[in-house]
Design a protein around this ligand. Structure first.
Ligand SMILES: [Zn+2]
Length: 108
């Protein structure tokens, strides 16, 4: 999608700090992090919402998110890693992974 910032990141037209990449999935650090190491996991192909993705692709995205969440838990001082999808800001499905402390984590 021409005007999509995440498609531009996939194409290398916009720089990003990549933490994971394979043929179908890319993960990179959020440029406006809520917490240090706030990571976004996206399918390389453009889909608006997570339920628009084919089953196999959504499974891959979540498996990568799970792997990265475990790594984030290991390398940050956090109680857990929050996973959330909103998609209001950028119209390209993306999974937020945010290391959090239980004491100050938002409810939703
Ligand atoms: Zn896109």
């Amino acid at each position: 999608m021409p005007d999509c910032i995440f498609c531009k990141i996939v194409a290398g037209e916009v720089p990003s700090t990549k933490v994971y990449e394979d043929e179908e999935v890319l993960a990179f650090l959020n440029i406006a992090p809520r917490e240090p190491q706030h990571t976004l996991v996206i399918p390389k192909e453009h889909y608006r919402w997570f339920y628009d993705m084919p089953d196999e692709l959504s499974s891959k995205v979540f498996l990568v998110a799970k792997k990265i969440a475990r790594e984030l838990k290991e390398k940050t001082v956090s109680d857990f890693v929050q996973l959330s999808l909103v998609g209001k800001d950028v119209p390209h499905v993306h999974v937020h992974l945010v290391p959090r402390m239980l004491a100050n984590a938002p409810e939703l």
